[in-house]
Design a protein around this ligand. Structure first.
Ligand SMILES: [Zn+2]
Length: 218
């Protein structure tokens, strides 16, 4: 049986995330959410994380501002202000283990995703680094992403699909996607294939170099 892990990035959003959670609950699907620290500063954002956790979802760190990919971020305090500051807000809400998903470039994997310092921080703080295998571009095409996501799920034994719980992205197609995946007997799970986790609980187990900027790289 083919499997797929569904992930939602860049939230929580006051309108979209509750609707996504309602659909997942109705369909009996559990997922991952990778949230932004800037959305956790206020209480409603933190309450949505607490709801997601209470409903059986897994919530991880996706940076604070989501502005400059960490491999391209020249700020000396980028790791502290993007990863650690978000974790400080998440930690009281989310039981371990820690998970971090880097971002950048419309879903393109590459050395822009992490700096050497960020990779070291993830290892030293026992994170699992979560990449992906499918980016159906829901934020570009809120209706058409479903067909691309299904194609990716058919083409891979275990797809890890990136969606976004932000306005004008996955929400309109989500219920149809879940129904279609089920109809095609794609098992919707929360575990992650090793191919998308170059670091597991602080241990480098995959091709981390592929997503870390080389020293001296501009
Ligand atoms: Zn993102």
């Amino acid at each position: 049986m083919r499997r797929a892990t569904i992930t939602f990035d860049n939230g929580p959003d006051a309108v979209v995330t509750p609707a996504v959670l309602d659909i997942l609950r109705r369909k009996g699907v559990r997922a991952h959410f990778f949230v932004l620290g800037k959305h956790l500063v206020d209480r409603p954002g933190r309450d949505l994380v607490a709801r997601a956790v209470a409903e059986g979802h897994l919530v991880g760190n996706h940076s604070f501002t989501h502005e400059v990919p960490l491999g391209d971020d020249p700020r000396p305090d980028a790791v502290a202000s993007e990863i650690a500051a978000t974790e400080a807000l998440l930690a009281p809400l989310v039981p371990g283990p820690r998970r971090f998903r880097p971002f950048g470039g419309g879903g393109v994997l590459g050395p822009h995703l992490l700096s050497a310092g960020a990779a070291r921080h993830l290892v030293d703080n026992a994170y699992t680094c979560v990449l992906w295998t499918s980016v159906p571009r829901d934020w570009v095409d809120p209706a058409g992403w479903v067909a691309r996501a299904l194609e990716d799920c058919r083409a891979q034994p275990h797809a890890v699909v990136v969606l976004h719980d932000i306005p004008n992205a996955c929400l309109a197609g989500l219920e149809g996607f879940l129904d279609a995946a089920r109809a095609e007997e794609i098992d919707l799970v929360t575990d992650l294939p090793l191919a998308v986790t170059p670091i597991v609980d602080g241990e480098v187990v995959g091709d981390l170099d592929a997503v870390v900027a080389r020293a001296g790289r501009a």
